[in-house]
Design a protein around this ligand. Structure first.
Ligand code: UDP
Length: 462
């Protein structure tokens, strides 16, 4: 037990993108729910979109306080500015609490902000890195960092697949794009490779995944580096029986959920009948691809809910949503939604996803079969995982111009929802959902790992 009035105090620092805020915010809330004082730190303009009654919120500067990334001249300049301004404001924050009842005892930071370790060191407090990608992707980068795979990774169509312990053979088109086309994203890649170079220096390395979901990668990495699985970091109401108001949503939306009554629209559909289509927060879908989607979804003859961000609805092909008035038409297009509520809805029978790691974990945790259509970053590896390791669905193939054609969209949806393997996908989806829930429920592997971390903080009293 901790001394009355003195609690371990953890500051959690996130990169200000939706796919990073969600898991780190969720982790902060779990620490608070277990009795710690937990403070979530992010850029001043992002903090305005965060709601919570159980955690503290503190601004950390990225050097572009009026609007962030969009004001930076380049990704490189942004990351560099965040490091300089962020190190200073994070130090000020830790300093501010030093003579209070709850001095900061640990900084948990996003894997894109590994410089926060130096701030923790300066104050002699614990440092903990949180990987927002899977253990398999982390393992692949780790092997490259160790020189066990050559870099840059050249993997052509006819080449032998790459072998990495714990991961099925990796073929052309399955590598994270940062590795396959390093020239496209050199600024992120250099932060990521720099982070793997310091991996053994952090006091803790957390991963947003679970021992059950990634058993082979976890086994293969065991003893090599201190990876602690703490996920899936999904609001607990969706992944276990534990429930409080704080647990029903992430509590952060960089975009406002649509005013369209999409949940009522879903209420009127048959169970497992709706295709939910979303490509996350970062992707911009080109006009030609939007048109193929509109035709492909029409070909399926099924109801669909489609998140199409920053795309004027009046530019959609005429008639693609079907007729019958707002409530009864076959398709509904929204700017942004509460994805968890949608995936948890009984009407949703297929998740057409870009396989961002959070979306992938949400689809798994809520037991929804998937069509994977990766775009960049770690998404090709996640789509491979969904298809080859978990058996939860299929991957869509792009044509030579990189387009998912209407026919291919229709083929994949059919395979997942009505094809020969559709029952198998549904059965696997419920099995993996149970395992994911088990990991985060009280006494599950991820829950125990979080408790052990807390016990170490409390014991050391720093
Ligand atoms: N999301 C949401 N509403 C939407 C689309 C996405 O709340 O309409 C959330 C989704 O639940 C996930 C996050 O945005 O937690 C996207 O993260 P992911 O890693 O899947 O993709 P990214 O945006 O990083 O590409």
């Amino acid at each position: 037990m901790e001394e009355q009035g003195k609690r371990s105090h953890v500051v959690v620092l996130t990169y200000p993108a939706q796919g990073h805020i969600n898991p780190l915010l969720q982790f902060t809330k779990r620490l608070a729910a277990k009795g710690l004082r937990a403070t979530f730190a992010t850029t001043p303009y992002t903090i305005l979109s965060i709601r919570s009654t159980t955690i503290g919120l503190e601004p950390i500067s990225d050097g572009f306080d009026e609007g962030g990334f969009s004001l930076a001249p380049s990704t490189e300049a942004y990351l560099e500015s965040f490091k300089t301004a962020g190190s200073k404001t994070l130090s000020d924050l830790v300093q501010k609490f030093i003579h209070t009842e709850d001095p900061v005892t640990c900084i948990v930071y996003d894997s894109l902000l590994p410089w926060a370790m130096d701030v923790a060191r300066k104050f002699g407090i614990y440092s903990a890195l949180l990987l927002t990608v899977s253990a398999s992707v982390s393992s692949l980068f780790w092997h490259i960092h160790r020189g066990q795979l050559s870099f840059p990774v050249k993997l052509e169509e006819d080449d032998q697949p790459l072998t990495v312990p714990g991961i099925p053979p990796i073929r052309h088109g399955e590598l994270p794009t940062f590795l396959a086309r390093p020239e496209d994203q050199s600024a992120y890649l250099s932060v990521i490779m720099g982070m793997y170079a310091t991996l053994d220096q952090h006091d803790f390395v957390f991963c947003n995944s679970s021992e059950e979901l990634e058993i082979e990668s976890v086994k293969a990495m065991s003893g090599q580096w201190p990876l602690v699985m703490v996920g899936p970091l999904i609001p607990l109401a969706y992944s276990s029986s534990h429930q409080s108001e704080e647990d029903t949503a992430y509590g952060a939306n960089l975009w406002d959920p649509s005013n369209e009554p999409y949940l009522q629209w879903l209420d009127q559909r048959e169970p497992n009948s709706v295709i939910y289509v979303s490509f996350g927060s970062m992707a911009k879908i080109p006009q030609a691809q939007v048109e193929e989607f509109a035709s492909g979804l029409k070909l399926t003859n099924k109801p669909f809910l489609w998140v199409l961000k920053d795309y004027p609805k009046d530019k959609l092909p005429v008639g693609c949503l079907g007729s019958g008035g707002e409530t009864f038409r076959r398709g509904l297009v929204v700017e942004w939604c509460n994805q968890l509520e949608v995936l948890a809805h009984r009407a949703v029978g297929c998740f057409f996803t870009h396989c961002g790691w959070n979306s992938t974990l949400e689809g798994i945790s809520l037991g929804v079969p998937m069509v994977g259509a990766p775009i960049w970053s770690d998404q090709p590896m996640n789509a491979k995982f969904v298809d080859e390791v978990l058996g939860l669905g299929v991957r869509a193939k792009r044509d030579e111009a990189g387009i998912l054609t209407a026919r291919e969209i229709e083929r994949c949806v059919h395979e997942v929802m009505d094809g020969e393997r559709s029952d198998e996908f549904r059965a696997n989806a419920s099995n993996w959902a149970e395992k994911a829930k088990g990991s985060v429920s009280k006494g599950g592997s991820s829950d125990r790992n979080i408790e052990e971390f807390i016990a170490k903080l409390v014991k050391r009293g720093r």
